[in-house]
Design a protein around this ligand. Sequence first.
Ligand code: HEC
Ligand code: HEC
Ligand code: HEC
Ligand code: HEC
Length: 213
Amino acid sequence: MSEDDTSRSGRFWSRPKSKWLIGIPLGGFIAFGLGAVALGTTNYILHATSSTEFCYACHSHEAFIKPEYEASSHFVNVSGVRAGCSDCHLPHDNWFELTWTKAVVSLDIIPEMMGKLDTAEKYESHRAEMAEAVWRQFKANDSKFCRHCHSVEAMDLEEQNRSVARRHSRAEERGETCIECHYGIVHELPEGADDIMEGIVAEFAPETADSVD
Ligand code: HEC
Ligand code: HEC
Ligand code: HEC
Ligand code: HEC
């Protein structure tokens, strides 16, 4: 039996016939090691760039973003759970999506340097288009960043006002998502927010087929 074992393990790892061939597994190990180091560094960067402090590097704007956020129920609440910028704005369930999003966010260094958002007036003039971009993203991904913390299953619907509980329990079957009822919970709303949201919801609604018989 032991003889059989040896031959089996012999088949599994046999010394390469040429000494050059040893370079293949060795190269594999080196590549693996370098990959691990690179991944560690990337993860370090991903982590560091997920903090609210990092977002504040550009979005600290004492006059607008910061006070709005810090006055919101997602900054201070009875439960003591704080949602940071990245909890609502970055994916957490998909490493590739996170890395890709970070790469795209880092391009914002260009408009930032050009001073696109450096005064409250400029910010206001872009707020509607920026908010719309976020709403579209949330409508498209079924408010998945909100669901990272909230879920209808975990809601004590009995404790909610009857009509609110009904809206929550029916939302799913009606194809409604959190953001279309709960916008402007952290940031102030741009002018015409309701119309913009209505337009997005209509756009996403399944075609009301005119040819249905
Ligand atoms: C290098 C500076 C910089 C950093 C760091 C930065 N942003 Fe931005 N961000 C900008 C600029 C500039 C814009 C406006 C971009 C545009 O519309 O062209 C923007 C736009 C946005 C928008 C509007 C949505 C959109 O797609 O236009 C959101 C949301 C946002 N940033 C969130 C964040 C979050 C969350 C962080 C931290 C993880 C962050 N940003 C870090 C500069 C930055
Ligand atoms: C990091 C976790 C987290 C994320 C992400 C999050 N929330 Fe919350 N949310 C909370 C906590 C904690 C409270 C406060 C609970 C309490 O009342 O003590 C809260 C409260 C609320 C409330 C009730 C208070 C109010 O301001 O009206 C609403 C509505 C709400 N969240 C909706 C959302 C929506 C919509 C999103 C996505 C845009 C979201 N939340 C993302 C944790 C989170
Ligand atoms: C059809 C509209 C609608 C949808 C969709 C909806 N909600 Fe609500 N929700 C309401 C209304 C109305 C209230 C009561 C007023 C308020 O707090 O804004 C409410 C209240 C809440 C509250 C506070 C509950 C309380 O009693 O304090 C939370 C938290 C909340 N919603 C989270 C969510 C989340 C998370 C989603 C997505 C899974 C969601 N809602 C989807 C309409 C909706
Ligand atoms: C609870 C979730 C939540 C948190 C926390 C949050 N945001 Fe937002 N953010 C949103 C939503 C939802 C929108 C879309 C507009 C709206 O509904 O107010 C938005 C919009 C924005 C916009 C577009 C312009 C605007 O004012 O609407 C920027 C920029 C932005 N967020 C940056 C940030 C930064 C920076 C932080 C941290 C300081 C942060 N957000 C924290 C949910 C959040």
